[in-house]
Design a protein around this ligand. Structure first.
Ligand SMILES: [Zn+2]
Ligand SMILES: [Zn+2]
Ligand SMILES: [Zn+2]
Ligand SMILES: [Zn+2]
Ligand SMILES: [Zn+2]
Ligand SMILES: [Zn+2]
Length: 161
């Protein structure tokens, strides 16, 4: 009698451990992989730092393409070197500056600025994050274009519950 009970239990446990039926995954067509939803299977995503433009405003000149002349601080003018900015030569107006006391800044030729060396005057620089391409490799699929199927967890099939 005792043996019979044990064998019944054994039969029941075999039946339950047989497990649920495996069903082919229709979402990924049994491949376990689906098209990457993040990059829409392009392998790339738009660079969030430069909004896909590949360029960023130059951080040195704030996009102006030039920096204030370090000599005249952007005014384009300098004190007259003859009258040292007084505008006078003895009692007369300084002939060199016509009494203004100013002369054109020789450093920047009066423009008040010098070309930004970081962006060569363009005002923008390549985005360092995407190396100027405007795109970055998709972090989701790492350029594979496919990601693990979330329905079958990449198995290609799932089990009936
Ligand atoms: Zn699947
Ligand atoms: Zn610049
Ligand atoms: Zn200057
Ligand atoms: Zn002068
Ligand atoms: Zn970028
Ligand atoms: Zn992707």
């Amino acid at each position: 009698m005792k043996n019979l009970i044990i064998s019944i239990f054994t039969i029941i446990s075999i039946l339950t451990s047989c497990g649920p039926k495996k069903i082919d995954c229709d979402k990924c067509d049994k491949t376990g992989k689906i098209d990457c939803p993040k990059c829409e299977s392009t392998g790339n995503i738009e660079c969030t730092w430069c909004y896909g433009r590949g360029k960023k405003k130059c951080s040195s000149c704030y996009g102006r393409g030039k920096e204030d002349c370090s000599f005249c601080y952007g005014s384009g003018q300098d004190d007259c070197s003859y009258c040292f900015g007084s505008g006078k030569n003895n009692e007369d107006d300084c002939s060199s500056c016509s009494g203004t006391g100013k002369q054109r800044c020789s450093y920047c030729s009066g423009s008040g600025g010098e070309r930004c060396n970081d962006c060569f005057g363009s005002g923008s620089e390549d985005c360092a994050d995407c190396e100027g391409t405007g795109f970055k490799e998709c972090p989701e699929c790492k350029g594979d274009l496919k990601v693990k199927c979330d329905k079958c967890m990449g198995e290609g099939f799932y089990s009936e519950k």
